[in-house]
Design a protein around this ligand. Structure first.
Ligand SMILES: Cc1ncc(COP(=O)(O)O)c(C=O)c1O
Length: 462
């Protein structure tokens, strides 16, 4: 029978840029994962920090190339959408790349203040403030503006939000307006609940912005839930958005920026063939073409990539605690963690990740189901993006099997919670950070140990 390594090499174009195998052990971005496991044990989450900078630089290059190729007059600005991962080590790494920030809720603003106090951002950094805002969020934004954060841009999510800023902001300031995009036809409703409907945008501008000397309209904002994809739906929504921009620009001369949101995809399977350069070129080309047709200056382009910034830097490593044959053909590998609590997208959205064995690549393989530790019957993972099965090496007495889920760096802690209580009191795993020295050698350290029972009992009032 074939070995696990044969299966992977037959099924995928393997090795890939991120993954290769040496001595039957998996390396992730050049890091021998068994070394990490031997040092820290499992379950563990890891962040390979250099990937964050690499992806930011790649996006800047794609848009830079597109701008050059089309002789586009606007500039490109990269914002990081903090909600994908708020951890300090993510922001620290991302901010090494001359980027800006997009916020989505109240507590993002103290986070911004903290970055400022540490000298990681300055008062010229763009702070694009999205979201349907409670009073405290509006108050924090107002304070930033009054304190001289000149590029803090509240993006109006409804018709009345601006009233607060008009009353309390004491300096000239800029705003954006978010357009409520139509969702993909298969979605549960027609138009996004976020943003201002297309037909109200001009009215909002004319009634509350146009004649007010303290405020100017800088940005039109648009975000499609399903992301930036090469589909008829994406291109037709983008075109509708650009049309609104050029129409609005005719009556709002201060408008000079188009924010096309987040949603650049990441590799969640080994077959991934998204052409980032082509997509950047098509976006720039479309905007340029429609601006030329309407005799409009080409706008600056902002993006707010969250998953793309941080997703591919993350991984979760588990060991197989035991195997259970529950009928004649369903074999379970029980992991030392939980999908529901630690990879909640795999449970709530049926999200697939790249899943590979970490060791024993020359063992024979078989079809298994992966089971989590909670009592919930849905705490399992048993299919991949390309097939309704998963395969792992056959377990051997005395030779523990380790597995990894990769590109898990975005949203999993924001959704699953971190440091609180979770289903069946499954603790948050330890978190290890990996970086490279100047000479390219690998260094790693513990960001946080596994959560302990005291911290949970405290939350629960014991
Ligand atoms: C307004 C806005 N911008 C950016 C993002 C980031 O999206 P992604 O992580 O897919 O890049 C989101 C995600 O929900 C969003 O709502």
């Amino acid at each position: 029978m074939n070995k696990y390594i044969d299966l992977i090499q037959q099924t995928f174009d393997f090795p890939t840029k991120e993954f290769h195998v040496e001595n039957n052990e998996l390396h992730f971005n050049g890091v021998n994962l068994m070394d990490i496991i031997k040092t820290y044990g499992t379950p563990l989450k890891l962040t390979y920090l250099p990937k964050i900078s690499e992806n930011i630089q790649n996006a800047k290059t794609y848009f830079g190339n597109a701008i050059q190729q089309h002789d586009y007059k606007g500039k490109y600005t990269y914002c990081y959408c903090t909600k994908s991962s708020h951890f300090s080590f993510v922001l620290d790494e991302a901010l090494k790349n001359d980027i800006h920030i997009e916020t989505s809720s109240t507590f993002d603003i103290p986070l911004v203040r903290n970055l400022y106090e540490q000298g990681k951002i300055n008062k010229e950094t763009y702070i694009v403030c999205n979201g349907f805002k409670r009073e405290l969020y509006k108050q924090y934004i107002t304070e930033l503006l009054n304190d001289g954060f000149v590029n803090c841009i509240p993006v109006l999510d409804n018709l009345s939000e601006i009233d607060y800023y008009l009353e309390y902001v004491k300096v000239p300031f800029q705003v954006g307006i978010r357009i409520a995009a139509d969702e993909e036809p298969k979605f549960g409703f027609y138009t996004s609940r976020l943003g201002v409907r297309y037909s109200d945008i001009v009215k909002l501008y004319e009634e509350k912005i146009k004649d007010n000397p303290n405020v100017s309209l800088k940005m039109l904002h648009f975000f499609l839930n399903s992301g930036i994809k090469d589909t008829a739906y994406y291109w037709s929504e983008l075109t509708r958005f650009i049309q609104k921009y050029v129409d609005l620009k005719k009556i709002a001369p201060s408008l000079d920026t188009m924010d096309i949101g987040g949603g650049w995809p990441i590799k969640t399977n080994v077959f991934f063939d998204y052409d980032y350069q082509y997509m950047a070129e098509q976006i720039v080309k479309n905007i340029k073409w429609m601006c030329a047709k309407n005799h409009t200056d080409e706008p600056h382009i902002f993006t707010e990539f969250g998953s793309y910034t941080v997703g591919e830097s993350g991984a979760v490593l588990y060991s197989i605690l035991d195997e259970k044959l529950q009928n004649d053909k369903e074999l379970w590998y029980m992991i030392d963690g939980s999908f529901i609590t630690q990879l909640p997208d795999s449970w709530g959205l049926n999200q697939k990740y790249i899943m590979l064995a970490v060791n024993n690549w020359d063992n024979e393989y078989h079809n298994i189901n992966l089971g989590g530790l909670t009592c919930d019957s849905m705490d399992y993972y048993n299919s991949e993006a390309h097939q309704f099965n998963i395969y792992l090496p056959k377990a051997e007495e005395g030779n523990k099997q380790y597995i990894g889920f990769f590109h898990t760096g975005a949203y999993q802690e924001s959704l699953g919670g971190y440091g609180g209580i979770q289903h069946c009191l499954i603790p948050a795993p330890k978190h290890v950070l990996i970086d490279r020295e100047k000479d390219g050698s690998i260094k790693h350290w513990l960001f946080a140990p596994e959560q302990n029972s005291e911290s949970m009992l405290k939350v629960l009032g014991y």
